[in-house]
Ligand binder design. Structure first.
Ligand code: APR
Ligand code: PHB
Length: 391
């Protein structure tokens, strides 16, 4: 096969990029290792910033998101039995929208297939060659047959565990990372959600109450990194959630059948530069944020909005200027988004190695936020809009 842009991975980064390029008449082939069902079944976060919402709508793909997505104007943080309420529109003039990432992916895949545009599932990319040449070659296996995709440019949108980043010669990419000794246990439950997105820093650990609809709750507990979903019965989960949300009377949090469980590891990770020759890396392939800021999807979309603009310019004029500065155009935003996500993680989680003094500093910072509109505004403005990029 031959195309203008070979895209490795059909997650949000790869799918948004494919649609952004198609809108400008640029051909791309998306190669996805997993099946459609697997990709559409992956439960991830669900907070869409304005830039992501606008991009979906500008692509003409936002109808279901606008109909089914939930506008979220409040962000609460609990500590020592107290609740800090952040009025997002009051503090920033805008809110966010809750719409599961898997729903976004379903909409993007359906539109791509309806348009008859190339999207190949169960096509695992094995290696990428010729990155320094003008004719990169993507080798992949589909139906047990080794195949080749020749292209002008390659977009590595294959996530943290993909192959694209590894196609860059040793010594080119620098990585910056921080690991955590805890993870997030996430569940989906047939239970009406509480009023607002609510994070809680409890002596027993972090908890978060989010939603997917007015009858489906998306709930999280901080657990040891070694923990597993099967260790958590419904009863054990609800007991722990009530306690960590300071709902000992069990009068606020509604329980229901838990029908999905997962444990997500936390890490902070940046790989820079985000490009090499004719390979351009985007999304989780080059950065991972701890989920406390709900930024992963929004960062991926921001990256490919910059990359699409650079690719469009290249194919229109042959000039590489936009391509050559892609990484430089992204990296400051990436660092700032990582910083926000790390700061929220540090603020809201229980760190076993913390001294009583450090734990006291955490509580004092939350107490300060509770008493300062300026401090709440700093958090709110980063929560609603860190990943917007000029079109
Ligand atoms: N060949 C083809 N596809 C691959 C390969 C490969 N060798 N390796 C990985 N993939 C696919 C994965 O199956 C996945 O569907 O690449 C896709 C990468 O998608 P994501 O991991 O979702 O990454 P990204 O598109 O950058 O989106 C980031 O997704 O995982 C969440 O929390 C993350 O919200 C963030 C968002
Ligand atoms: C979610 O709804 O899945 C969610 C919300 C907020 C976060 C992370 C995940 O910080």
């Amino acid at each position: 096969m031959r195309t203008q842009v070979g895209i490795v991975g059909a997650g949000p980064a790869g799918l948004f990029l494919a649609h952004l390029l198609a809108r400008q008449g640029i051909e791309a082939v998306v190669l996805e290792a997993r099946s459609r069902a697997y990709v559409e079944g992956r439960v991830r976060a669900g907070v869409l910033e304005a830039g992501t919402i606008d991009t979906l709508n500008n692509l003409g793909l936002g109808e279901r998101m606008m109909r089914e997505g939930l506008v979220d104007n409040g962000l609460d943080m609990r500590f020592k039995g107290r609740t800090i309420h952040l009025d997002l529109p009051g503090l920033t003039g805008r809110g966010v929208r809750i719409y599961g990432q898997q729903e976004v992916v379903k909409d993007l895949i359906a539109a791509r297939l309806t348009a008859g545009s190339p999207l190949v599932f169960e096509a695992k990319v094995d290696r990428i060659e010729g990155l320094e040449s003008g004719r990169p070659r993507v080798h992949y296996t589909h139906d047990g047959i080794e195949k080749v995709l020749d292209c002008d440019l390659v977009a590595g949108c294959d996530g943290f565990h993909g192959v694209s980043r590894g196609a860059v010669p040793d010594g080119v990419i620098e990585t910056y990372t921080r690991s955590y000794d805890f993870a997030w246990l996430g569940v989906l439950a047939k239970a009406a959600p509480i009023a607002d997105m609510t994070y809680s820093n409890h002596d027993r650990g972090f908890a978060l109450c989010s939603r997917r609809s007015m009858s489906i709750s998306r709930l999280y507990l901080q657990v040891p990194a070694s923990d597993a979903p099967e260790n958590w019965s419904d009863a054990r989960f609800w007991d722990e959630l009530h306690m960590r949300m300071f709902d000992e009377g069990r009068s606020e949090i509604r329980e229901g059948e838990i029908f999905q469980r997962d444990v997500a590891q936390l890490r902070s990770y940046i790989a820079h530069p985000m490009q090499y020759g004719n390979l351009f890396l985007a999304g989780d392939a080059v950065h991972i944020v701890p989920p406390a800021g709900a930024k992963g999807l929004n960062m991926a979309v921001a990256d490919v909005r910059v990359l699409a603009r650079a690719m469009v310019g290249y194919f229109a004029t042959g000039a590489r200027a936009g391509l050559d500065r892609y990484s430089a155009d992204c990296i400051d935003r990436v660092w700032k988004t990582i910083r926000f996500s790390v700061s929220l993680t540090d603020l809201l989680h229980k760190f076993d190695h913390y001294s009583p003094f450090q734990r006291g500093m955490q509580m004092a910072e939350l107490d300060h936020i509770a008493g300062s509109e300026a401090a709440r505004k700093v958090i709110a403005e980063q929560y609603v809009n860190l990943s917007n990029v000029a079109d």
